[in-house]
Design a protein. Structure first.
Ligand SMILES: [Zn+2]
Length: 827
């Protein structure tokens, strides 16, 4: 697929033109942020207003990525407290920048502090107690603050300029203390492409009926909202660049990710989080998160801010978020979620709407509780209000980082020390082994590369070793109980600084079931299970012990992905920017593939595109107009419909919510065109929820046994399940007979006419759950998971699970390719 190249038509003038016009919502506000701090310093620094023509956070103004990077470049030039670094390139080719903000003498010695951080992160590099104490005495707390990874949560990206300016100019004692004791890595946006997608859309819709709506497309090219779900898998260029900066170079002790939530809830959420916590997060970190969050809440309250919520809604169970990855690197991750406006357009929030808003830990956004002591009564809510809260929260966090500098450094180092001195016991793993010769080399290479990228130590075996299984109580000298492991295997020892990350990625998740007062399953914030080897279909064995006493001599530390690819004799990844994936197209013959993409911006469509691009499978995008046009069989062999509800695909955005060209869906006429396509020999492939569209409209002899089942009886919020695969079906070529699949409250099938529908995979008869949470196993056990249905001269393929979930499920990608190839199993 052709990639867009930085399509920036700067449009400052038009913004300024619109700026003075009347708004249907509220009169213009032109005042800048009142800042006593800013007034104290010298006036040599350009204020954001001087450069942008408006103050960040002003109603109905928006700075795009070019303006933001221009402003930071000017700060870099004018201030000895600010240094800009480009840390990578975004998916669509924009520069990904970070600002280092600190006292001038700290910035002049960044290399020294980076080396100190490396030693604090890895206690094996520290010679003795004296050196440790010196590092803690002389080090600085490294804090990262990241803005607007979710691009419609736009205010923080605008706020970043004001925060940098105030830190750059202020002369007050508190700011001096922050600058001297901390090194701030400020990320104006972790998704610059999305800043422009939103800025362009916002400007184009300003003063129309659609002002303040979100763009009718994903705000990350591949991941949309899921760009904050990629932080252990590292599929995206942005995640890779920042992960490398954090966990291979700078090891920030505190990471703060600034988000926004819905308009009608609390005005802002800050930690502590709701239950359950992930068991691999060190208690010391949970306390650290809590202390920081309470201080932020306290400072917000002291500043007169109402509607501050803690201990609700957001949990610390899932892995893979910007603010959760730090926990698995011995660092503190903080999230805030301010109530949104409509992009940069103010809103009026009614008491009624607040009264109706409830979530875990918050009975109503109007009700006073211990964790929500000062509800906001409603009224006008503007971007400036969001910005004020985020500025207060950021300064509070920085002040804590400065005042308790030595504590943060000591705790961070101490957690690493405990991890590397992990006492050996045969009752639990001391390592995980990825045996050589699995026939899954691309998946193994991706997995090892992903681990190494986030600072996990992986070793290659240069000679064979003998391992003992976990739980073996016989004495280690009894060699007959050991198993030989061939050279070329990979070993991940748990005695390493980021041990928690290895455990959180390799162990199965056991989510503690939770129910609401009404007896329904209480939803976790994100998925319940994600065990990496299971998702990737890679064998990884826990190791209880190693027979060879000096086994380290047989190991080589892997430093880069390139080394793994050489080991496995895989083609190298091209070095060119935006270089293509090295992975060969797995389809054995040319197939004309179309991928359906509506105007509702579904993440599953983006991830499907990601997998097709990763494997160099050519495809066309099929939009609503293309479905309406018909004659689909002349153009395509296969049409993929990613996971979305039938209603969403059929009707799209409702009329009146978007400009007409972005509303309407495929309609009933489009459904008939899809039927004709299949009857004329085409293959329709449906993932997850979109199977509903095919089953109901094409009268397939298949029933969803979970339809209408209440969440008190069946619930599975994103878990790994076991499926038995009929490997005699051509679609399942190369797939393991027992395969782990990723399932999110999807359908499960019963075949009503076996002459027309063949089951390619079914959920295990018992022991269905492998990792996560599954309530009501008996309802899914033995049910069909993947079905091929004959219709006319063609076929419909129904995936009840998500074969390409977040680009993580390498274990089931082959089933997608098998479905695309069009081999029909005998029926
Ligand atoms: Zn968000």
């Amino acid at each position: 697929m052709a990639r867009h190249l930085f399509p920036l038509a700067l449009c400052v003038v038009s913004v300024l033109c619109f700026y003075g016009s009347s708004s249907p919502v509220v009169a213009m506000q032109t005042s800048s942020v009142p800042s006593s701090r800013a007034a104290e310093g010298s006036a040599a620094l350009p204020a954001p207003r001087d450069v942008l023509g408006f103050s960040p956070g002003d109603d109905r103004t928006i700075a795009d990525w070019r303006q933001i990077t221009d402003y930071f470049a000017r700060l870099d030039k004018a201030s000895d407290r600010v240094v800009i670094q480009t840390v990578g390139e975004t998916t669509l080719g924009r520069p990904l920048i970070v600002a280092f903000i600190s006292a001038p003498e700290n910035l002049r010695n960044l290399d020294k502090y980076r080396e100190m951080q490396r030693r604090l992160a890895d206690p094996r590099l520290v010679a003795d107690k004296a050196e440790r104490e010196r590092l803690i005495r002389e080090g600085r707390t490294v804090v990262a603050i990241s803005c607007s990874i979710h691009s419609t949560e736009i205010v923080a990206s605008q706020m970043s300029m004001q925060l940098a300016y105030e830190l750059g100019i202020a002369a007050d004692h508190e700011t001096q203390e922050i600058l001297q004791n901390t090194i701030l890595i400020l990320i104006p946006s972790a998704n610059p492409d999305g800043v422009d997608i939103v800025a362009n859309w916002y400007r184009n819709t300003l003063n129309t009926a659609y002002e303040g709506t979100g763009p009718p497309e994903l705000y990350h090219h591949y991941a949309g909202h899921d760009n904050d779900r990629d932080w252990f898998m590292l599929n995206l260029k942005e995640t890779q660049a920042i992960t490398r900066l954090f966990w291979r170079e700078w090891f920030p002790q505190i990471v703060y990710d600034v988000h926004q939530q819905e308009q009608t809830g609390a005005r802002i959420f800050v930690p502590p989080f709701y239950d359950p916590p992930n068991p691999y997060i060190a208690p010391l970190l949970l306390r650290g998160v809590g202390a920081l969050g309470y201080k932020m809440a306290d400072d917000l309250q002291a500043a007169g801010q109402q509607g501050v919520l803690t201990n609700a809604k957001y949990d610390a169970w899932w892995h893979g978020g910007f603010h959760t990855a730090p926990y698995y690197h011995n660092s503190i991750g903080v999230l805030s979620e301010a109530a949104s406006a409509r992009l940069m357009t103010p809103v009026v929030v009614t008491r009624d709407a607040l009264a109706k808003n409830s979530s875990r830990g918050l009975p109503s956004a109007l009700q006073t509780t211990t964790n929500f002591p000062d509800p906001w009564a409603g009224g006008l809510w503007r971007p400036r209000d969001i910005m004020r809260m985020e500025m207060t929260a950021a300064r509070s966090l920085l002040s804590m980082a400065a005042k308790h500098r030595a504590d943060y450094l000591r705790n961070f180092h101490e957690l690493g020390r405990r991890a590397v001195s992990y006492p050996m016991s045969l009752e639990r793993p001391m390592a995980y082994l990825i045996p050589a010769g699995q026939g899954r080399d691309e998946a193994v290479a991706k997995m090892v590369a992903t681990l190494v990228w986030q600072g996990v130590e992986v070793h290659r075996l240069d000679q064979e070793l003998h391992i003992f299984p976990v739980g073996l109580t016989a004495d280690l000298g009894h060699s007959s109980r050991s198993q030989e492991v061939p050279a070329g295997s990979y070993l991940i020892l748990l005695a390493q600084p980021f041990r928690a990350n290895v455990l959180a990625l390799f162990e199965p998740q056991t989510y503690p079931p939770r129910r609401t007062a009404e007896g329904a399953a209480e939803s976790p914030y994100d998925v319940a299970g994600w065990t990496l080897p299971m998702q990737m279909g890679v064998e990884a064995t826990p190791v209880g012990g190693i027979r060879e006493l000096a086994h380290e001599r047989r190991l080589t530390l892997i430093r880069e992905e390139a080394e793994v690819r050489v080991d496995l004799a895989l083609p190298p990844r091209p070095r060119a920017q935006g270089g293509k994936s090295p992975t060969a197209n797995p389809l054995r013959r040319p197939v004309r593939v179309a991928l359906y993409r509506g105007w509702t911006g579904t993440t599953d469509e983006g991830w499907t595109r990601f997998v097709l691009d990763t494997f160099n499978v050519p495809y066309s995008l099929l939009r609503d107009a293309g479905v309406h046009a018909g004659r689909l069989r002349e153009r395509y062999d296969v049409i993929i419909v990613p996971s979305a509800r039938a209603k969403e695909i059929t009707y799209g955005n409702p009329a009146g919510t978007y400009p007409p060209e972005f509303t309407g869906g495929i309609t009933a006429e489009g459904i008939q065109n899809l039927r004709r396509f299949v009857e004329a020999g085409g293959t329709l492939v449906c993932f997850g929820a979109s199977t509903e569209l095919a089953i109901k409209n094409l009268n397939l002899p298949v029933r969803d046994v979970l339809e209408g089942v209440s969440p008190a009886e069946f619930y599975c919020p994103g878990s790994i399940l076991r499926a038995d695969v009929d490997t005699t079906h051509p679609m399942a070529r190369g797939v393991a007979p027992v395969t782990d699949v990723f399932f999110i409250n999807g359908p499960a099938f019963e075949v009503l006419d076996p002459r027309r529908a063949r089951t390619v995979a079914r959920y295990a008869g018992r022991g269905v759950l492998r990792s996560g949470w599954l309530l009501g196993e008996e309802r899914i056990a033995g049910k069909a998971a993947l079905v091929e249905v004959a219709l006319g001269a063609g076929r419909v393929i129904l995936f009840s699970f998500r074969p390409q979930h977040r680009g993580q499920t390498w274990g089931t990608f082959q089933l997608i390719f098998g479905a695309l190839e069009g081999d029909t199993g005998k029926r």
